[in-house]
Design a protein around this ligand. Structure first.
Ligand code: 7GP
Length: 818
């Protein structure tokens, strides 16, 4: 099958297809179709091409015989697909014209699409950027995830408090871009027991007899390579319960109970767990993880076999990348299949699996490092637990060889954590059973070596790597910022979309006053676009000449949205009480979801909303200060906010943010970063130079030293008058008239709660850095130059580069062009 993508566009055929879908799929006629229906018909018509190319890529012998990577992730925060696919297919302009002839405006149609929010935050969005880059760079790849019925909850505010509602991302008629693949369905077992038996060669074997079986249905989303003919699948598994279904109970004749578990397993892929950087250890989540791994591993083996390859060649042809520890059970699952089904010896099975898997760590936060109760694992996955014990036995042997008689080492490195309840440490299992482990930014990877896994680093020299994160320039510049893209291309051509390092060619225009004016004009237009959104949806008027200061990311104490709030309170305090104080007008923009069970995070949202309400309506300060908390943060909202940012808030406690990727997106779109020496901020500073970024606060060694010596937040409160005044504003009823103390939770967490993320320690330096920003903005030309240099010098942070790093240093993967 020869692909037809982006060679020539047959407008008549395309329009005929749109008409055909309008009638045969959506059962309407052009005169009666609304924008929503036109959009669906257009997408179905476009998906004909992507499905054809998905199949052609899959069938291509060059691909089947090439080494490929399998990216396993519980989250793919892909965002809307249509606009991006049009860009990758090279059809944006053609389809604009074709739809205009139907009287439909493409931009409006694109706004009709709901975001598939199949992820929480950074980790899920990274997986989506990586899929885009794999296809753009033409590395043979399959993404494996879950087909959640409900994505991340929809957020709204009720009197400033977060409300959560289910997010239905698919239409009743389906999601046009995805195709169901019934021939790829898999069976997945749970529970049951392990039995020993003697095989035909009289060798004693073990096998798992599950007590419950469900079916995994495959859905493929097309990942369209930019400007090439490759379309790789993002394969999402949906859990279905074949009835009758709980085998154990059905055998006992307990028909009703069998139906009851039918409901439970039918629910397996209903919802995405809404936790970011936090492990809740829930049984259903472990079931999701195993379901994901079992389907994906079985599918990898199916492909491998179908292409005619021997099982012993698996590691030669397939690499399996684990996106954090969430898909770790894929390791014992592959071993189980090699041992119990292919009857390989342990050494042979291990030789394959330990050369197939690699693991990416995304966090150092202890509460995010997954562990599962041994009893739960034993009940749900008895054979896998045996295999984990076998891995651990050998690991403990290696530790004892390296450090004889060192109980502490054994205890620390063991996959099994001792204590009142024994637990399985998934990160230890990963490090022991993979050929490569990587952190996601240079500093993070150093801390992984130094603080998280120092002994493993000694035991397995060379296993620990760094691959700095990146973001796809297609979505995060070209698509979300068309004005800037056109301006860039007018100066340096459009090679940068596929080779972001070419942005350095902009450097020579940084001092050019015409280019500066054009660049700032683009920024202003983007700020106006954001202001229009805010006016329409929130009824707040914003001045596009103000500094747009943006903090958008999940809500977490370590990310310190409350430090940002304290700074806002300090400005408010000074505007009201200090006649000599003046500042550039500034709009503080927040967008963020809190995990529904994270009480303090929700209190911080409430506090920001209440403070915003008062400040935005305080006639004493007029337009000088505005605070906007945009509801329901999601990819499509980020696409409006990021191009409009002047200032990018990256203010986590040093050592806590593994990388950050919003920092990269905003810098590339010409925002200046105010940030700590944390995660990828460190590398952004290296790229743009100290003069083009605002760094403040304690570095990671200072943070650790302060905590070791005994940190006392009250010392800062008592000695810094501005800090005290700002914090005390949260105490009374200033922002909650007639209801004093309503905002106390945030203040309490910082004072009585001990301020675990050292917000107060960094406050004074943060305020000073903010003052430097205020001053710099007065010099518009100087600001423009800095902004241009941020766009010009951040090409390193393309996910194309990240993916090439993985391909060259970890996967040993070659591109295959079609
Ligand atoms: C995030 C990290 O917090 C962020 O710093 C990083 O940029 C991103 O991953 C991509 O590497 N981690 C998560 O989103 C997360 O849930 C828990 O981590 C495992």
């Amino acid at each position: 099958m020869k692909s037809t993508v982006n060679k020539s566009f047959d407008k008549t055929a395309f329009q005929a297809a749109v008409n055909r879908y309008l009638t045969t799929k959506l059962v309407t006629v052009p005169a009666q179709a609304d924008a929503h229906t036109w959009r669906l018909a257009m997408e179905y018509a476009l998906a004909e091409t992507t499905t054809m190319n998905l199949l052609a890529t899959e069938q291509d012998p060059k691909i089947q015989n090439a080494r490929s990577v399998n990216y396993l992730s519980l989250e793919f925060l892909i965002g809307r697909l249509t606009g991006n696919n049009l860009i990758s297919m090279g059809l944006y302009e053609d389809v604009t014209v074709a739809m205009a002839e139907f009287g439909q405006n493409l931009t409006d149609l694109l706004e009709e699409e709901r975001d598939p929010a199949l992820g929480n935050g950074g980790l899920g969005r990274l997986a989506a950027c990586f899929m885009d880059s794999l296809a753009a760079e033409e590395y043979p790849a399959v993404g494996y995830g879950l087909h959640y019925e409900y994505g991340l909850f929809k957020q709204s505010f009720d009197d400033g408090r977060q409300q959560e509602a289910p997010d239905v991302w698919r239409d009743e008629t389906g999601y046009p871009w995805e195709v169901i693949r019934p021939e790829l369905a898999q069976k997945v077992g749970f529970y049951g027991h392990v039995e020993e038996y003697t095989d035909n060669d009289r060798i004693s074997q073990r096998r798992w007899v599950p007590g419950l079986q469900v079916e995994g249905m495959a859905w493929d989303l097309p990942i369209v390579g930019y400007n090439n003919n490759s379309v790789y699948p993002l394969r999402l598994w949906e859990c279905r319960a074949p009835a009758p279904f709980n085998l154990d109970r059905f055998d006992e004749g307990n028909y009703v109970a069998a139906q009851a578990s039918n409901i439970q397993a039918g629910n397996l892929t209903k919802v995405l767990y809404p936790n970011d950087n936090h492990d809740k250890g829930k049984e259903l989540r472990l079931m999701q993880q195993y379901f994901h791994c079992a389907c994906s591993v079985a599918d990898i083996l199916r492909r491998h076999k179908a292409a005619g390859h021997a099982i012993t060649d698996l590691a030669k042809l397939e690499s399996i990348q684990l996106n954090d520890t969430h898909p770790t059970i894929a390791i014992p699952e592959l071993l189980r299949i090699l041992l119990d089904e292919h009857k390989l010896s342990w050494d042979d099975a291990w030789a394959i699996s330990s050369k197939t898997f690699a693991y990416t760590n995304h966090t150092l936060l202890p509460e995010a490092l997954e562990t599962w109760g041994e009893n739960l694992m034993m009940t749900l996955l008895p054979r896998h637990m045996e295999i984990i014990f076998d891995i651990n036995l050998r690991l403990m042997g290696a530790v004892a060889d390296k450090w004889p008689n060192d109980l502490d080492k054994l205890r620390k490195l063991s996959i099994i954590q001792e204590g009142s309840e024994r637990r399985v440490r998934m990160a230890n299992l990963c490090v022991a059973s993979t050929y490569a482990v990587n952190g996601v930014a240079a500093m993070h990877s150093e801390l992984v070596k130094r603080d998280l896994f120092p002994e493993f680093n000694e035991l397995f020299p060379g296993r620990l790597h760094n691959v700095t994160n990146g973001v796809t320039p297609r979505r995060w510049v070209k698509f979300c910022n068309p004005l800037l893209s056109d301006l860039i291309s007018s100066k340096i051509g459009n090679g940068w979309i596929k080779d972001l390092d070419q942005l350095t060619k902009l450097e020579k225009f940084a001092d050019n006053s015409q280019f500066q004016a054009d660049f700032m004009q683009v920024k202003k237009a983007n700020k106006q676009r954001l202001a229009d959104w805010v006016a329409e949806h929130m009824d707040i008027t914003l001045n596009p000449d103000a500094i747009f200061d943006v903090q958008i990311k999940r809500l977490h104490e370590y990310k310190r949205q409350h430090l940002n709030l304290l700074h806002i309170l300090s400005l408010y305090h000074r505007l009201i009480n200090d006649a000599d104080f003046s500042m550039q007008p500034r709009v503080f923009i927040f967008a963020s979801k809190a995990a529904p069970g994270y009480e303090l995070a929700k209190e911080i949202i409430f506090a920001i909303n209440k403070v915003a309400e008062k400040i935005n309506n305080d006639l004493r300060i007029g337009d000088t200060l505005k605070v906007v908390f945009m509801p329901d943060y999601r990819v499509s909202l980020a696409e409006i906010i990021i191009p409009a940012a002047d200032v990018s808030e990256q203010i986590s406690t040093a050592g806590k943010e593994a990388s950050g990727t919003g920092n990269m997106k905003m810098a590339l779109n010409g925002a200046l970063t105010i940030g700590t020496m944390d995660g990828a901020n460190v590398e952004i500073r290296e790229e743009v130079g100290d003069d083009n970024i605002f760094i403040f606060g304690l570095n990671v060694d200072e943070v650790q030293a302060l905590q070791a010596q005994g940190y006392n937040a009250n010392d800062y409160y008592n000695s810094d008058r501005l800090l005290r005044a700002s914090l005390d504003l949260l105490q009374g009823d200033e922002f909650t008239p007639g209801q004093p103390g309503l905002l106390n939770a945030t203040r309490h967490s910082l004072l009585e709660g001990g301020d675990p993320y050292l917000a107060l320690a960094d406050f004074a330096d943060y305020v000073q850095a903010q003052a430097r920003i205020d001053k710099q903005y007065c010099d518009q030309q100087g600001w423009a130059k800095m902004a241009i240099l941020n766009t010009a010098r951040n090409g390193k942070f393309s996910s194309d580069r990240s993916i090439r790093d993985y391909a060259n240093n970890i996967w040993q993967l070659n591109a295959v062009s079609r």
